[in-house]
Write a protein that binds this ligand. Structure first.
Ligand code: SRM
Ligand code: SF4
Length: 565
């Protein structure tokens, strides 16, 4: 057996040489001969919230014409709990129309994305986002990403406290490098004698991305078990007494590679609100020090925990934080979807959840959601909250302002009814912008749902809120392995079908059939829907039924997701 340590991954070299995330971004931005940036900078730019992409619809044609790919950039904002003001909304909308592709994309982590930003517009766009008091720093990269928190709840005060905790934690875990300011904002090196450092991350940041979510049971709208670190609010007698902490969830895997797998988080125990920051920091630094920096496919916290053993990991966190976990609570989740339309909180304020199909806010002939939301932002005096289900909440509407919002929703065609299946569906971006997509996702799922809606209606199941999620590759950006029906792209027009996930997000699904085309998906689901309609028990969810009826075996640990039926 070799005793030689495996070499660090190349991204570790790039981070080390980057001088706290500077790389050669300044030079790359100034280079006029290409629409791209230098290769190493494509890794560093992610920490600044920027991905280099090219329009994959145009790739072949451009290659034929001997042109470089149609390079552009995706910019992602970081906005804890998905919150923004109407003024910020108007600015984000303006940027979508002037510097991006006329759409705003709401992500599965409650953030905005702009697609199609060309190199010369990167700086003005990022400056404008910061002028509006939002940021893109740490929206991507090997750091803590956007922190998810409940966008809407009947418990107004509790939701507000949790949003404040999420923001406090996001700030605490934000990188301290001055590179972001230097490159995007004032353009000058900050003159200081102080040595630059990253007290939490260190000079090479984390081995891999890191994700946090807060939820309030019984609603698991932030898919807490799919996150590296989760905080489940424990509310007793109307008071937020603290959080049950979950660790080690994650979705990404590769097809046919069982050493990569999705994993549900384990519960470490209960902590008070005051203990939240030290515990989160200890989880982050333990992953920083023990995570695998040699193989990026094995670098997420979930693998660190499986390699170390849960008990040892938790003991390390307790030792670093000085916090001893108390026994966890018996938490139950009943659903994950956003409310439909208006919800009134316990203080009397109203909140409207606007369904945005797959998170793409755009103007289409029948539904003008981009313009409609602009019109609403011009009159709204509450806040907007993006949801981890890719929707948007028009929050804190006074009783007297409801009618005006409703009129605008009507005027812009935003109130049409939507099937339960569609309302609960998620699709990642996929083609044409995602460089990792193997198949369509966002552009394909709506049409497939038309067909599945017909099937469900034939079986009298049109009122069932079955959780269906699609991704264009196995990375899992729409969290497909915790869906009752997961469809994961394998090649153009070809998907793997996963079944048996828990409705509440507490059970992974399992590979059921491979390489299905459009008709193959419909043919595979048709007999299952028919059987479900015939033999389901009262209130039994589809994911539970397919297991009880023997169509697929339940999964108890991540690697089993790969195992057929
Ligand atoms: Fe993701 C990479 C889009 C949420 C797991 N994800 C990507 C990239 C950046 C592709 C790339 O690396 O070049 C995609 C950009 C597509 C585009 O054109 O916009 C991309 N991910 C998204 C978004 C926009 C999907 C969406 O439709 O909303 C989500 C942005 C969230 C945000 O605001 O930060 C998004 N990605 C997720 C989630 C869900 C979540 O965070 O709850 C996951 C699964 C959870 C997890 O991390 O385990 C996820 N994305 C990945 C992975 C696999 C990571 C892994 O551990 O293996 C990659 C690939 C990678 O990191 O190497 C990836
Ligand atoms: Fe791209 Fe794959 Fe993520 Fe979809 S799941 S956005 S195809 S990386």
């Amino acid at each position: 057996m070799s005793t030689e340590a495996a070499p660090l991954s190349d991204v570790e070299r790039i981070k080390t040489e980057s001088r706290f995330l500077r790389g050669t971004l300044v030079e790359s931005l100034a280079e006029r001969a290409t629409g791209a940036i230098a290769e190493d900078d494509t890794q560093i730019s992610k920490f600044h919230g920027i991905y280099q992409q090219d329009d994959r619809d145009l790739r072949a044609e451009r290659r034929k014409q001997k042109l470089e790919p149609a390079f552009s950039f995706m910019i992602r904002a970081r906005m804890p709990a998905g919150i923004c003001t109407p003024e910020q909304w108007l600015e984000m909308d303006r940027l979508a129309r002037t510097h991006a592709n006329q759409t705003l994309r709401i992500t599965t982590r409650q953030a905005f994305q702009w697609h199609g930003v060309i190199k010369k517009n990167l700086k003005p766009t990022i400056r404008a986002i910061n002028d509006a008091l939002l940021s893109t720093l740490a929206a991507c990269g090997d750091v803590n990403r956007n922190v998810i928190a409940p966008p809407v709840s009947e418990l107004a005060e509790i939701r507000g406290r949790i949003a404040a905790d999420a923001t406090r934690l996001a700030d605490h875990l934000s990188p301290r490098t001055r590179a972001y300011h230097e490159i995007w904002l004032d353009g000058n090196k900050v003159e200081t004698t102080e040595q630059e450092s990253e007290p939490i991350y260190g000079p090479t940041y984390l081995p891999r991305k890191f994700k946090i979510s807060f939820v309030i049971p019984p609603l698991n709208d932030g898919d807490v078990y799919a996150q590296d670190l989760g905080f489940i609010a424990i509310v007793e007698e109307g008071e937020l007494i603290g959080y049950d902490v979950t660790i080690g969830g994650g979705m990404g895997m590769a097809h046919g590679a069982p050493e990569t797998y999705p994993r549900l988080a384990d519960t470490a125990g209960f902590i008070t609100r005051e203990q939240m920051i030290p515990v989160a920091e200890a989880v982050v630094t333990t992953q920083r020090d023990f995570g695998d920096r040699t193989e990026r496919k094995h670098a997420r916290l979930k693998y660190t925990i499986d390699d170390m053993g849960l008990d040892k990991f938790v003991a390390e966190v307790e030792q670093r934080s000085g916090v001893k976990f108390a026994p966890a609570h018996d938490v139950r989740f009943s659903h994950r979807g956003d409310p439909d339309g208006w919800l009134q909180d316990d203080r009397g304020a109203w909140h409207y959840t606007l369904f945005v199909e797959n998170g793409r806010l755009a103007d289409r002939s029948d539904r003008r959601q981009l313009s409609g939301m602009r019109a609403i932002a011009q009159v709204h005096d509450g806040e907007f909250r993006l949801t981890a289900n890719q929707n948007v909440v028009i929050g804190d509407v006074a009783e007297t302002a409801k009618a005006r919002i409703e009129a605008l929703l009507d005027e812009y065609g935003m109130t049409g009814s939507v099937s339960k299946l569609r309302r609960n569906a998620l699709a990642c971006v996929g083609l044409p912008t995602c460089g990792l997509a193997m198949a369509e996702s966002e552009r394909y799922l709506p049409g497939l749902i038309d067909r599945l809606d017909d099937l469900l209606a034939e079986n009298g199941l049109d009122d069932d809120p079955i959780v269906i999620r699609m991704t264009g590759c196995p990375n899992g950006c729409a969290r497909p392995y915790v869906a009752e029906i997961g469809l994961v792209g394998k090649a153009e027009g070809s998907y793997n079908l996963f079944l048996g996930g828990g409705f509440d997000g507490r059970r992974l699904n399992r590979l059921y059939a491979e390489n299905l085309n459009d008709q193959g998906i419909v043919d595979a689901l048709a007999p299952l829907f028919a059987d479900y309609a015939k033999r389901r028990r009262p209130d039994e969810h589809f994911g539970d039924f397919v297991i009880r009826a023997g169509h697929v075996a339940a999964v108890s640990a991540g690697p089993e997701v790969h195992g057929s039926r």
